[in-house]
Design a protein around this ligand. Structure first.
Ligand code: SAM
Length: 271
């Protein structure tokens, strides 16, 4: 089948191959996705029918975490695995309170890079770089990171819905450790991660199978997710499902259903 390519799709991208950023975009109700991405997302929905609203809840955690970190006075963010632009991009949230704040987005996906670059054309304090979280030096030493971020001042490091894509434990923990080591005291780290609990083992086996055409993924048990926060002080309420991380409204989705979202989320502060 011939598919006409929109201008945010760069040469060499295979639109018939599903991709995590575009699957996530579809689950959030966005329009930067193709039939192959929607097919994977629809298969996920067969296993977990409320996967779309659960994804919105995960994104709401990003909003609340950024707002809390910004309210603490942080004026620079490093958002790794930033994904396709959506409602409530990190720089939009931060700039609402601190218009001169700087944001460096990082992603491995060339479609994310192309689309985000277009969006950021007129943003002097925001950039996106193509890099892999498994190679943290390539992020920390990147010229644009160095130009925009001052590592002598607190940084908000965002790694939301990212680390379950790093299936190799050694690589995942080592990469996060190097990134956190580079941050000064008073920095914050936000992580959300697919959570393998006793009750979710079976549905995750089906979900990771459905997801395989796009990427390998590895939900982890609570203790393994908590390890990403080693050396940090977890902010209240700790490591919880995203809907319970400082909910804003009494009718936020799933507040009455702790098992609805198999994800754990938290924010740590570097002492
Ligand atoms: C599910 S989206 C999350 C988007 C956003 N962080 C959020 O929480 O809403 C995951 C993103 O991580 C990116 N990603 C996956 N593996 C990566 C890696 N090794 N290094 C950097 N980014 C990666 C994907 O391309 C995708 O854009």
């Amino acid at each position: 089948m011939t598919i006409s390519k929109p201008d945010w799709v760069t040469e060499g991208i295979d639109l018939n191959r599903p991709n995590p950023a575009r699957i996530y975009d579809y689950l959030l109700g966005g329009h930067h996705n193709f039939a192959a991405d929607r097919a994977v997302a629809d298969r996920l929905a067969e296993t977990r029918p409320h996967v779309k609203i659960a994804t919105v809840c995960c994104r709401a955690f990003v909003r609340r975490a950024v707002n809390v970190i910004t309210a603490e006075g942080v004026e620079q963010f490093l958002d790794i695995g930033s994904g396709l632009p959506t409602v409530g991009n990190v720089h939009d949230l931060v700039h609402a309170r601190r218009p001169q704040a700087r944001v460096v987005y990082v992603d491995v996906d060339p479609v994310v890079i192309a689309h985000s670059s277009q969006m950021l054309d007129d943003e002097p304090y925001v950039t996106i770089i193509e890099a892999d979280v498994r190679d943290p030096a390539s992020i920390l030493e990147h010229r644009e990171t160095r130009d925009l971020l001052d590592f002598s001042q607190p940084v908000g490091l965002m790694m939301t819905s990212l680390l379950h894509f790093i299936v190799d434990d050694d690589l995942a923990y080592r990469s996060v450790e190097i990134l956190i080591d580079a941050l000064p005291t008073g920095s914050y780290v936000a992580v959300s991660h697919a959570w393998l609990s006793a009750g979710s083992r079976e549905s995750f086996a089906e979900m990771t199978e459905s997801y395989k055409p796009a990427a390998s993924s590895r939900p982890r048990p609570r203790a393994s997710i908590a390890r990403f926060f080693d050396g940090l002080e977890l902010l209240e309420p700790g490591l919880v499902a995203p809907q319970f991380w400082r909910p804003e409204e009494p009718d936020d989705p799933f507040l009455d259903d702790p098992d609805a979202i198999r994800v754990l989320a938290g924010v740590g502060k570097k002492p």
